[in-house]
Design a protein around this ligand. Structure first.
Ligand SMILES: *[C@@H]1O[C@H](CO)[C@@H](O)[C@H](O)[C@H]1NC(C)=O
Ligand SMILES: *[C@@H]1O[C@H](CO)[C@@H](O)[C@H](O)[C@H]1NC(C)=O
Ligand SMILES: *[C@@H]1O[C@H](CO)[C@@H](O)[C@H](O)[C@H]1NC(C)=O
Length: 457
């Protein structure tokens, strides 16, 4: 649909749910010289299928993460709180007596209702940390390899004895039942306290029920945003895009049917509309979707810029199986070359550059805000949400690290006896590609939602 038609529909404040979600999600994107349609076909037809294949490889499916760090900002006091929600779900009193005593029939179908949201959230939110003996041994071999390779810093998480490997394919990002005040508080503190926003400006988007969002506050907020420098505006939009992406996954892999003999996950159109329909979100929904595209472009740009790093002959996707490792490296390089070939990149000469002193300050501001957001992820009560939250913030952080390091990457030495000034750890590489994989999947899912909404009328 062309922008003109779209605006016309907006003025009429009518049109189908389809056009209400996607109305502004067409044509050119702000701060960028690219349009949504080009991104859609590039992603859905070219990039997405190849990326999926790559992410299923052993190198990319095992992510090392510390899920047991305490929340540094507040006590996580919710009933399904931090520790082992899945193993010992909730307080005993939250679970009806009949179920507690019949531990042999752990999840009898008829008492599904009574179990209540609390236990359900624990069960669905649990992270499966199981790995086969063989995998465990192989991973030991990999870290030995990584330790021998030269690195310039070890991320706090990666080095911690509490960190463990998680198989991402066993733990898909999907609906977990994690919602309500606690989940709300996480996003709220990310937006309220970590988006360079003065307290006098009220955020529109976040409220306990996403059906109510006051219109005039939204206007003030967006006016404020307009006045910001491009980087701070970009930062807000990246976070908003990440939030949109996560919500798309939860709507696309919603728990539609939950009984003890089967679980069905699938698209829930009304959940999607609740988050993105302009009528149900006081006009915010389509902006969130545009921010998702913006995030996509930033991460795509970072991948393109990182190509020289991955092209170094010494770089391996090491799993110890030389032939397979070589094949996966070729696939990775192919994907990065595709990213490089994408014609309409946003203009990063206007982003992350400018007056050198000012740029350095800004870079530091953004780095600190980012660090803080990843610490907020330790406050997420649902482990599976925490896993994907950490992975995606780390992936985005790695993208920004790449964008800010353009000069160092270009100056990478061609011979291996010089110490390179730019490095990425295995954990950064895994999160970079998997985070982008999530955004790429979201863009692909939008196509499905578009047609589901069109059917609904
Ligand atoms: C780990 O490395 C050792 C010694 O190089 C080798 O014998 C063993 O097969 C490797 N294990 C796996 C699972 O790759
Ligand atoms: C980090 O986030 C916390 C919690 O939202 C907030 O209280 C604190 O002011 C933030 N610190 C910085 C340096 O942004
Ligand atoms: C879809 O999500 C809504 C909440 O947005 C929920 O009320 C409804 O039950 C869900 N539909 C199905 C089939 O689970």
């Amino acid at each position: 649909m062309k922008l003109g038609v779209c605006l016309f529909l907006l003025l009429l404040v009518s049109g189908s749910a389809d056009s209400r979600c996607f109305c502004q999600v067409t044509g050119d994107l702000d701060d960028c010289t690219c349009d949504v349609e080009t991104i859609d076909s590039f992603n859905n037809e070219l990039l997405f299928p190849k990326l999926q294949t790559l992410l299923e490889s052993d190198y990319f499916r095992f992510y090392k993460v510390n899920l047991n760090k305490p929340c540094p900002f507040w006590t996580v006091s919710s009933h399904c709180g931090l520790k082992d929600c899945a193993v010992k779900p909730c307080k005993p009193n939250d679970v009806p007596e009949g179920i507690r005593s019949s531990s042999l029939h752990k999840y009898p179908a008829e008492s599904n209702e009574q179990r209540g949201e609390c236990e359900q959230a624990g069960r669905l939110g649990a992270v499966d940390v199981s790995l086969s003996e063989e995998t465990r041994e192989a991973l030991l071999n990999w870290s030995k390899h990584d330790d021998e390779a030269e690195r310039f810093c070890v991320l706090e998480d990666e080095g911690s004895p509490d960190s463990q490997y998680v198989d991402l394919l066993l733990n898909p990002e999907r609906f977990t039942g994690y919602k309500g005040p606690e989940a709300w508080r996480i996003w709220n503190s990310i937006y309220e306290e970590n988006c360079f926003k003065p307290f006098t400006i009220k955020r529109p988007l976040i409220s306990n029920s996403f059906y109510s969002s006051p219109g005039s506050e939204a206007k003030t907020f967006h006016r404020w945003l307009e006045g910001q420098c491009v980087e701070k505006r970009a930062f807000y939009r990246l976070i908003s895009g990440l939030h949109a992406s996560i919500n798309i996954h939860l709507s696309a892999r919603y728990l539609l049917d939950d009984s003890w003999f089967q679980k069905t996950w699938g698209h829930n159109v009304s959940e999607f509309r609740g988050r993105f329909d302009s009528e149900l979100t006081a006009g915010e929904g389509p902006k969130r979707l545009r921010n998702l595209y913006f995030l996509y472009l930033i991460e795509l740009r970072a991948l393109a810029k990182a190509l020289p790093f991955f092209q170094q002959p010494s770089f391996q996707l090491y799993t110890g199986r030389a032939e397979e490792d070589q094949r996966h490296k070729e696939l990775l390089l192919h994907i990065l070359q595709l990213a490089r070939s994408f014609p309409l990149h946003f203009d990063e000469t206007s982003l992350f550059t400018g007056d050198e002193k000012e740029a350095a300050k800004l870079k530091e501001d953004i780095r600190l805000a980012f660090l803080n957001i990843s610490r907020i992820m330790d406050c997420v009560g649902c482990f599976k949400c925490r896993l994907w939250g950490k992975l995606q913030t780390q992936g985005l952080g790695t993208s920004l690290k790449i964008l800010f390091s353009e000069r160092q990457i270009e100056a990478l030495p061609s011979s291996s006896d010089q110490r390179p000034r730019f490095q990425l750890s295995r954990q950064e590489i895994v999160s970079l590609l998997n985070a982008f994989g999530r955004i790429s999947t979201s863009i692909r899912e939008l196509k499905t939602f578009r047609s589901l909404l069109a059917e609904d009328g």
